[in-house]
Design a protein. Structure first.
Length: 129
């Protein structure tokens, strides 16, 4: 009988503790953390959360890549651009397409870009287009 009471008490305490846990937001999709931020998809749009789960950049983007060296490629209204941690544009969304860079590590000297169906290059300092 004593054992039964202990098991029952543990079960009740467990249920109480579980009911006190704050529910985790459910995202449609999420990418891995990079530089303390992770891209998350909510209601069809991408934004960024920090490691505490706080929304840092609200979901407004069609696509979002990982941050690297303080920058992340984002897609808005079918065009690619580059933002910083403060959600300020380093490059306004103007590119139809970006390619030829390593999205996981950005070990690139240039990226291929497309503007008005014409291909060009941008260097890694974003100084030359």
């Amino acid at each position: 009988m004593k054992k039964f009471i202990h098991v029952l008490l543990i079960a009740i305490i467990s249920l109480v503790l579980i009911s006190c846990i704050k529910p985790i937001k459910e995202y449609e999709n999420a990418k891995e953390f990079s530089e303390g931020l992770a891209a998350v998809k909510l209601k069809g749009k991408w934004g960024y959360i920090n490691t505490k789960g706080n929304l840092i950049i609200r979901p407004t983007y069609d696509e979002a890549e990982n941050f690297y060296k303080g920058m992340a490629w984002i897609k808005k209204n079918k065009l690619w651009g580059l933002i910083d941690y403060n959600n300020k544009y380093l490059i306004e969304p103007t590119f139809e397409k970006i390619e030829d860079y390593n999205k996981d590590g950005w070990n690139w000297n240039y990226a291929t870009i497309v503007i008005d169906s014409k291909y060009g290059y941008i260097d890694k300092k974003m100084a030359n287009i």
